[in-house]
Design a protein around this ligand. Structure first.
Ligand code: PXP
Length: 261
C-alpha cells in the first residue's frame, strides 16, 4: 500500500517483542531470539522497541533487556510494575522510557490501566529516581479524565492510553460500543495533549483496529506486539510490520485534513 504524507505529527511505531520470547521459552534454549526480532523490526520501520519484564519472567528475561539496550539502535521502552526489583533493573538498564503498568500474577496480559489517582503516594518512589536518571516516565492508563489529571499532577512525561476495550468491542462486532470506546480515547487524547502530556496508545491493536487510533492527532506513538508477532507466522515479521506502518501512515494522512487542533 502506498503511504501518503500527513500534516499531523509523525506517528511512531513501537514494536513489542515479548511474545517472540514467549515462543522461545516454550522450549527453553535461544530460539527464536527476541533481539534478532527487534533488529528485524527496526529494519522494517519500527521506531522503537517495547518489552515488558514481568515479575514471573514468563517471556522477556533480564538478559534480553540488557541485550536489547546494547544491540538495538532504537529507543527502548521498558514496561514494568512498580516494584523495587524492577526499579533497580531499570536504573541499571537505562531505557529511553519506562512505562509503568499494573501487574497481576494471574493475568494473561495487562488487563487494565494503572490507577494513578490511587497510587499518588507510591508513584513518586518510582518516578522520581527514574526521572533523576534521565528516563522518561510513561503511565499506562485507561482513557479516563481522572487518570489523566492524576498523571499530569504526577509530572509524567507520557500517558499511554489503553486501547484494549475499544479493540475488544471491534472484535465482538459491537459497533456502538466500539464507537463509544473510540470517543473515550479521542477525548482522553485531547485532554492529555492540553495538559502537556505526550500521548501514546496501545494494547490489542491489529490491522482491523489500528486506523481510527492512528488518526487521533494527539497520539504520537503506538505500541503493538501480540498481533504483529502472531501475524508474522503467516506473513513474515518484515512484511507484517511494513503493512502496519502503511496502515498507520494512511490513517494519519486521511485524518490530517479533518484533524482537530
Ligand atoms: N502497551 C502496554 C503498556 C502493554 O502492556 C502492552 C502489552 O504488553 C502493549 C502496549 C502491547 O499490547 P499488544 O501485545 O496487545 O499489542
Amino acid at each position: 500500500m502506498a503511504s501518503m504524507t500527513s500534516d499531523l505529527p509523525y506517528l511512531r511505531l513501537g514494536v513489542n517483542i515479548d511474545h517472540v520470547a514467549t515462543i522461545r521459552n516454550a522450549r527453553g534454549g535461544d530460539h527464536p531470539d527476541p533481539v534478532r526480532a527487534a533488529q528485524l523490526a527496526v529494519e522494517a520501520g519500527a521506531d522503537g522497541i517495547t518489552a515488558h519484564l514481568r515479575e514471573d519472567r514468563r517471556h522477556i528475561s533480564d538478559q534480553d533487556i540488557e541485550r536489547l539496550k546494547a544491540e538495538v539502535e532504537r529507543p527502548l521502552n521498558l514496561e514494568m510494575a512498580m516494584t523495587q526489583e524492577m526499579l533497580g533493573i531499570a536504573l541499571k538498564a537505562q531505557p529511553n522510557a519506562c512505562c509503568l503498568v499494573p501487574e497481576k500474577r494471574e493475568e494473561l496480559t495487562t488487563e487494565g490501566g494503572l490507577d494513578v489517582a490511587k497510587s499518588s503516594n507510591r508513584l513518586p518512589k518510582f518516578s522520581e529516581p527514574l526521572r533523576d536518571a534521565g528516563i522518561r516516565i510513561s503511565l499506562f492508563i485507561d482513557p479516563d479524565s481522572k487518570q489523566i489529571e492524576a498523571a499530569a499532577a504526577a509530572r509524567a512525561d507520557i500517558v499511554e492510553l489503553h486501547t484494549g476495550a475499544y479493540c475488544e468491542a471491534v472484535i465482538d462486532g459491537e459497533d456502538l460500543r466500539a464507537r463509544g470506546e473510540l470517543e473515550k480515547l479521542s477525548r482522553a487524547a485531547r485532554q492529555a495533549g492540553e495538559l502537556g502530556l505526550e500521548v501514546h496508545a496501545g494494547h490489542g491493536l491489529t490491522f482491523d483496529t489500528v486506523r481510527p487510533v492512528a488518526a487521533l492527532s494527539q497520539v504520537v506513538e503506538l505500541n503493538i506486539g501480540h498481533f504483529l508477532v502472531g501475524e508474522a507466522i503467516f506473513g513474515g515479521l518484515h512484511s507484517t510490520i511494513c503493512r502496519m506502518r502503511a496502515l498507520m501512515d494512511n490513517a494519519r494522512a486521511s485524518a490530517s485534513g479533518s484533524a482537530s487542533a
